[in-house]
Design a protein around this ligand. Structure first.
Ligand SMILES: [Zn+2]
Length: 338
């Protein structure tokens, strides 16, 4: 097996850097990859930090990778824990080389800007080798969030691909799971959605889901361990490892989400926590200045709180929470995913 030009034999590990060019100060721009090979198939590819400040996933990958025994592995695991080294260096989601969101540049352009070239190098190899992909993200620095997955119904992807990606997301095992149908005109979040790793994989019939692991710019030990177990569950589900996954119990399936925003600036005190179910009319947050309560934010409908801002300094228009608007609870065993 050749990965980024390096060869990997059964029973072996491989780790190295791949260079994609140089900075003006002559240092290389390079990203790390790791791979471990048992048998030939299937190939599961884990990828993270396409947004450079999203760190929980990369540590979960590192932890798990060194625990695996290649002789107990059926297929091959490829890990690219840090796709955006320049944004990582800047402690930011995007880099100041091109100010592009790398997760909107896939499948990339080999003659393009830094983020486009990086996407091209990664995706050409991913398309050639990967049977399945998990893409790790987090929310922003200012938020705390429950870990959740996102799997998408992508126009152009086969029914089998869509079902497999959904099964992978569910067996990952966390309670909230967002299930988004991109074929519907009312795609719930505004902004560009094409060009992301997961959608590009799905269009190429490589089942992929996003694991969203808490907040950015820091490590959360509990969430890292949840992610580690989630990867093992997916590996077992895909038969890279022997044994049975830890089957999840009841899970929340969220089909519509939005951000809640402040109308007034000041000091925010949140009345809700990630993981809360709240009712229409419940208090979400109070905004203060130094002599009065400037605003009270009340829920306009029932919500499940996915993530909430924890830092108090807010301006008009800032996001204070990321919420589910429509959901139902469901059981792995009754959903025909086995
Ligand atoms: Zn991200």
């Amino acid at each position: 097996l050749e990965i980024f030009g390096f060869s990997l034999k059964p029973g072996e590990r491989l780790y190295n850097y791949v260079s994609i060019g140089e900075l003006a100060c002559f240092s290389e721009i390079k990203f790390p990859f790791l791979a471990i090979r048992g048998g030939d198939a299937p190939v599961l590819w884990l990828t993270g930090a396409v947004h450079g400040d999203e760190l929980n996933g990369l540590w979960a990958m590192r932890r798990l990778f060194w625990e695996l025994d290649p002789h107990k592995l059926r297929g091959t695991l490829i890990v690219t824990p840090l796709l955006n080294p320049m944004a990582f260096l800047a402690h930011n989601k995007i880099s100041n080389l091109d100010y592009l969101d790398m997760d909107q540049q896939f499948p990339g352009n080999p003659a393009g800007l830094y983020s486009e070239r990086m996407a091209s190098v990664i995706f050409s190899e991913m398309k050639r080798l990967a049977n399945y992909v998990i893409d790790f993200h987090t929310m922003n620095h200012d938020s705390r969030a429950v870990p959740y997955t996102v799997s998408k119904i992508v126009p152009g992807a086969s029914t089998e691909t869509v079902k497999k990606a959904y099964g992978m997301a569910r067996i990952f095992g966390v309670y909230p799971n967002c299930r988004l149908d991109l074929s519907k005109s009312t795609s719930e979040l505004p902004g560009t959605t094409s060009g992301s790793i997961d959608i590009t994989c799905m269009k190429n019939n490589i089942p992929c889901f996003m694991a969203e692991l808490g907040g950015g710019g820091r490590w959360d030990e509990e969430i890292i361990n949840i992610a580690r177990q989630g990867i093992i569950n997916v590996m077992t589900y895909l038969e890279l490892l022997d044994g049975k996954p830890q089957y999840p119990s009841k899970q929340l399936l969220i089909s519509n989400r939005c951000f809640l925003r402040c109308n007034h600036g000041g000091l925010a005190r949140m009345a809700v926590e990630p993981g809360n179910f709240i009712k229409k009319g419940d208090l979400l947050a109070t905004i203060y200045n130094f002599w009065e309560e400037v605003d009270h934010l009340y829920a306009q409908r029932d919500h499940f709180i996915i993530g909430a801002c924890f830092q108090p300094v807010v301006s008009t228009g800032d996001r204070i929470a990321f919420v589910g608007n429509e959901w139902h609870e469901s059981d792995w065993r009754s959903d025909g995913l086995e």
